[in-house]
Design a binder for this molecule. Structure first.
Ligand code: ADP
Ligand code: MG
Length: 480
């Protein structure tokens, strides 16, 4: 047995404590009961700071790191502003949420739907680019209370008049910093031109650069500012620094992974070239590493994220820009392959691990040239960084290189072929006799379905699916 430290919770960790209760807020009993059902026992800090103001109708600029619960901080006020039965009898759009990407828009839609369960018949639509217009236009014609989408596509609908904002009472700009990075400033301005002046505007952002301040000053009325400059709970995130020579840096990432053996790790590099080099080194060492970068098309990006989220990729390598806004649960470790010159970025990177009630590791590799940056990190954190020698990173002698627990099989066929997760699960368990516990996440996309299976059954499952049928049809399956 190895005695390698694991990032899982140890008895020494304090029990997670829920924040202040939602019941202190002016929310209807049904909403409070629904929050309870969702397991939202207390407010997160950003929710506690922003909900009282937002529910009182104030415009709000809120900044907090990814994973801090910002969606509910705007979704609850937006739902409170809804009139479920507008007198005209038509369901005009009353709330609009602008998001930078389709992925994020879909996540926000899901969260709004969960939170809206307490009320009857709230319709929420997602409108993003990359999808065909016609079904979106048809859905809009049926009416919706809430629209979530990307600025370009929303603008497209507004100019065709398939969407109007005359009845809008809440406008949300989610991940405002990222939307500006992606060049959406003009589209956002043009969307807002279509919205009534009398409205509540809520702006959420992970960071608060000058561009965001400017955006806010253009479109908001006496906004209240809620900024949560984070202090990570020291008990939850364990930070360790390792001094490296330039020539050791990429190899050190493999040493960290094989020593600590986290299931899912996000490795940050300062440049795309460094990302590419690192992935090549890790793959050569037998590790399953994938790169997330801006040049991937939507389908490739989906494929990378699916594999990381279903635990069939050990390490996702990314620049800060590419990783912005990703909501990845269960991240055991973050590695700063380079030290970033921007302290806020460092805090943000480190804050990605140790989500919710889980503990996490944050490892940083620093060369002598980067010691000045580390000094500033210490100053900002108000504590001295903890250093460990690279030489202590020794995997147990009998250890294999770290392998992810799952393997992803891609079935060529998806929503277009009306495949549902249950069809795949049925084929694997009923037809092929695998256990439910051996099957992981199943993601059905438009043209492809991805199913995670335990590494040990991957070959058999692949053969079985290729020889058998899914939903009564033969399918082509490959291992990613
Ligand atoms: P952000 O937008 O700040 O990145 P999200 O809104 O996506 O964060 O929330 C992160 C996760 O935390 C989601 O899975 C969400 O369901 C969960 N969450 C949000 N608020 C609470 C709460 N009060 N209690 C428990 N879980 C919460
Ligand atoms: Mg968010």
């Amino acid at each position: 047995m190895s005695t390698v430290p694991k990032p899982a919770a140890t008895p020494a960790d304090p029990a997670p404590t829920a924040g202040p209760s939602f019941s202190s807020l002016p929310l209807p009993p049904a909403t409070l009961a629904n929050l309870q059902r969702l397991g939202y026992l207390g407010m997160t800090p950003i929710q506690a700071a922003s909900l009282p103001l937002a529910l009182a109708g104030k415009d709000l600029i809120a900044q907090a790191k990814t994973g801090s619960g910002k969606t509910a901080a705007f979704a609850l006020p937006l739902l409170a502003n809804l009139n479920p039965r507008p007198n005209a009898g038509v369901m005009a759009v009353q709330a609009l949420v602008l998001c930078p990407t389709r992925e994020l828009a879909e996540q926000v839609t899901q969260e709004i739907r969960r939170l809206a369960r307490a009320e009857d018949n709230i319709k929420t639509l997602t409108l993003c680019g990359g999808a065909t217009m016609r079904p979106q236009i048809a859905s809009l014609a049926h009416g919706a209370h809430i629209v979530v989408g990307t600025p370009g596509r929303i603008l497209d609908h507004l100019s065709r008049e398939t969407l109007t904002l005359d009845a809008l009472n809440t406008l949300v700009l989610d991940e405002a910093d990222r939307m500006l990075d992606m060049g959406f400033a003009e589209d956002i301005a043009n969307v807002i031109k279509h919205a009534p002046k009398q409205r509540q505007t809520l702006l959420f952002s992970a960071t608060y650069p000058e561009g965001v301040m400017k955006l806010a000053s253009r479109f908001m009325r006496e906004p209240q500012e809620v900024k949560l400059t984070e202090r990570h709970a020291a008990t939850k995130i364990r930070q360790r620094f390792y001094e490296v020579k330039e020539s050791e840096r990429l190899h050190a990432v493999g040493l960290l992974l094989n020593h600590y053996r986290p299931v899912s790790t996000l490795a940050f590099c300062n440049t795309k070239q460094q990302c590419r080099d690192l992935v090549a080194v890790l793959q050569a060492e037998g590790l399953v590493a994938l790169e997330l970068h801006g040049d991937l098309d939507q389908r490739e990006r989906d494929q990378v994220l699916v594999q990381f989220a279903n635990r069939s990729c050990s390490v996702l390598v990314a620049t800060d820009v590419a990783a912005r806004g990703l909501d990845i649960a269960q991240l055991e470790a973050v590695i700063n392959v380079d030290i970033t010159p921007d302290m806020e970025v460092h805090t943000h990177r480190v804050g990605r691990t140790g989500r919710a009630d889980e503990a996490g590791w944050a490892f940083s590799l620093a060369s002598l040239d980067e010691m000045g940056r580390v000094g500033r990190i210490d100053e900002m954190q108000g504590s001295a960084s903890v250093w460990h020698p690279l030489s202590e990173l020794t995997a147990p002698a009998d250890a294999e290189p770290l392998h992810p627990p799952m393997v992803t099989l891609q079935i060529l066929g998806g929503r277009k072929e009306k495949i549902r997760p249950g069809d795949v699960l049925g084929a694997l368990t009923k037809d092929l006799g695998f256990e439910f516990t051996q099957i992981g996440k199943i993601n059905v996309n438009e043209f492809s379905t991805y199913v995670a299976v335990e590494r040990g059954i991957a070959d058999k499952a692949l053969r079985g699916l290729n020889e058998g049928k899914v939903k009564g049809k033969t399918v082509k399956v490959r291992r990613l």
